[in-house]
Design a protein around this ligand. Structure first.
Ligand code: HEC
Length: 101
């Protein structure tokens, strides 16, 4: 009983940051077009991370792109502007997306 509790607690602690980011993406409606590891309307977040892995300016570029929307990097389908999402949330989300492997 104690062991199970401890395991659950540990699992919770380890999964917490990733879960929080996923929930943030969910809350801001990103997940209606994106998933972490498969293409939906927009590219999989893991593919985004791969594409920009060696691009040092990617964070700033993607923050601007998420806010303003746009197309052309993954195909003809545009991402609509996400102007309602706070700057802090966009930054957290982009950092998280770029950290995915
Ligand atoms: C209505 C659908 C939709 C929603 C909602 C949406 N996206 Fe996108 N997203 C797209 C599409 C389509 C693309 C591909 C755009 C392109 O080809 O340049 C994309 C591209 C991206 C990219 C890569 C941009 C690039 O230039 O490589 C990131 C990062 C991203 N989205 C993050 C987000 C985040 C964070 C949110 C939530 C705040 C979000 N998206 C909400 C459809 C969406």
């Amino acid at each position: 009983m104690k062991k199970t509790l401890l395991a659950a607690l540990l699992l919770g602690v380890m999964a917490a940051p990733a879960m929080a980011n996923l929930q943030l993406a969910q809350k801001n409606n990103c997940l209606s077009c994106h998933a972490v590891d498969k293409k939906v309307v927009g590219p999989a977040y893991k593919d985004v991370a791969k594409k920009y892995a060696s691009d040092k300016g990617a964070e700033a570029k993607l923050i601007a792109k998420v806010k303003a929307g746009g197309s052309g990097n993954w195909g003809p389908v545009p991402m609509p502007p996400n102007a309602q999402v706070s700057d802090a949330d966009v930054k957290t989300l982009v950092k998280w997306i770029l950290s995915l492997k």
